[in-house]
Design a protein around this ligand. Sequence first.
Ligand code: SAH
Length: 379
Amino acid sequence: MNLKSNGNEENHVYQAQIHLFKHIYSFLSSMALKSAVELGVIDVIHKHGKPMTLSELVSSLKLHPSKVSVFYRFMRLLTHNGFFAKTTVLKAKEDGDDEEDEEVEEEEEEEEEETTYALTPPSMLLINGESPCFTTIINGLFHPSVMDMWHSSKKWFGEENEQALYESANGETFFNFLNKDSEAYILGMFQEAMAADSQMMKFALKDCNHVFEGLESLVDVAGGTGVVSKLILEAFPHIKCTVLDQPQVVANLCGTQNLNFVGGDMFKSIPPADAVLLKWVLHDWNDELCLKILKNCKEAISGKGKKGKIIIIDISIDETSEDHELTKLQLNFDLVMMTLHNGKERNKKEWKKLLYDAGFTNYKITPIFGFKSLIEVYP
Ligand code: SAH
């Protein structure tokens, strides 16, 4: 790059430095968010029921009083990043919001302003106990084994194998790590994270009701704890839903009249149904393994002739989109899938190849889930 090319070199080099530093330091925004979750800032404001001042936060969170000024700067970044909304109010003359019975006459004070912090729509997605809640995604993505693997990326790029970075760095696959008995809570955390995303389906289902209309049966392949199937059943109670997942995932889950959990292996066989749902599944696997899954899906709907269908919910990367931030998120997801599972997020061309290679003849991609798409596939 020739920074001196157009006689405006200072401006160019400053812009280049800003761009570079923005990317170098962006991990601090992620880390600050992780700390806010760990400290319980979001839950405390939520429980309080109204915006909180800095001193109220410091005392509720039991931070050391010497940390007030650093906590202010921490909140300043998170507020700038859209996780808190700041309002300036006149300083209350009495302490203790709920202690009306203790009304004490105080001397007239100078009117002082203070700042209060409220939650915003993105931080409301991190309230523990509310649905959806994405704190488990933060806990999972920032697990030391996931963060530390990046120190091995140079070694990984030099290796001649198909291992994901996670496996190369940690000596086991990410799914093995999740499934280890001693780490059962990690598997639970992962399933919770997936369930949180699935809760988002309640906002999208009304836009894709047509996909489920007329179905008598559906298999939710690798459906985790069955959150999506339950939401589908709320709208279409007559559909017979089967959730297929690994035996250890569904072992203790109870079905209902029209919801059945089956432990199995989607690479071996998938129970027959009118339709197969694959939500956030194919992005975990490379093309070769996706073909195996898709061929088993095709077999599962084969009894339905042209009526059967596969319903995929996954990212379809659109690098031409004018929404640069959305594409960036999709490309980041691709790196998560690549480094954790050797999986991938696919663009339209890659979906087309994969689906045609699996023997399907017709499909339609509709971007309706924020950063994900609905992909309807027909035999
Ligand atoms: N569809 C769910 C879960 C997606 S996570 C949702 O969107 O919430 C991927 C799922 O694949 C996990 O639940 C994992 O247990 C499951 N899985 C991995 N290997 C599998 C296999 N061989 N057979 C069936 N399920 C599998």
